[in-house]
Design a protein around this ligand. Structure first.
Ligand SMILES: Cc1cc2nc3c(=O)[nH]c(=O)nc-3n(C[C@H](O)[C@H](O)[C@H](O)COP(=O)(O)O)c2cc1C
Length: 121
């Protein structure tokens, strides 16, 4: 049986989101899963449909997703028409500076989720 392919795609300005990305990859390690961890800056958007599951990670910047991650989400429009992302499993995570900024994290999550729901529908 071929292993399930998981992409963990992140942007990290000062390294915190990168640390989380690596921790998630470590936790997922199993013979049934192949995990690829990629920085948004080096990511080739044409490879997105190759993955069964897509996990996006962004720092919370001014209560929102960092533009580097939003850019990748927007670029995924190239796969939209052909339903190439249909049925994929998606996940999100964020790193924020303060535990008080619940609204910010919620907003970051909502931005992710609404974008993902549209492309992975
Ligand atoms: C431009 C900027 C905006 C930020 N805005 C928020 C914010 O709205 N809420 C919050 O809790 N933290 C905010 N932070 C703190 C970051 O979310 C936090 O330091 C995060 O862990 C950074 O992740 P990184 O190391 O992967 O870049 C901000 C940091 C920067 C640089």
């Amino acid at each position: 049986m071929s292993s399930r392919k998981v992409l963990i795609l992140y942007y990290s300005g000062s390294g915190n989101t990168k640390k989380i990305a690596k921790a998630i990859a470590k936790a997922m390690k199993s013979s049934a899963i192949s995990v690829t961890v990629e920085d948004t800056g080096k990511f080739d958007i044409s490879s997105l449909p190759n993955y069964d599951s897509i996990v996006l990670g962004s720092p919370t910047y001014f209560s929102n997703v960092a533009w580097q991650v939003k850019k990748v989400i927007d670029e995924s429009i190239v796969h939209y028409g052909g339903d190439k992302l249909k049925g994929k499993v998606a996940g999100i995570f964020t790193s924020a500076g303060t535990s008080r900024d619940g609204n910010g994290k919620m907003n970051t999550g909502q931005t992710y989720v609404s974008s993902l729901c549209l492309s992975i529908r």
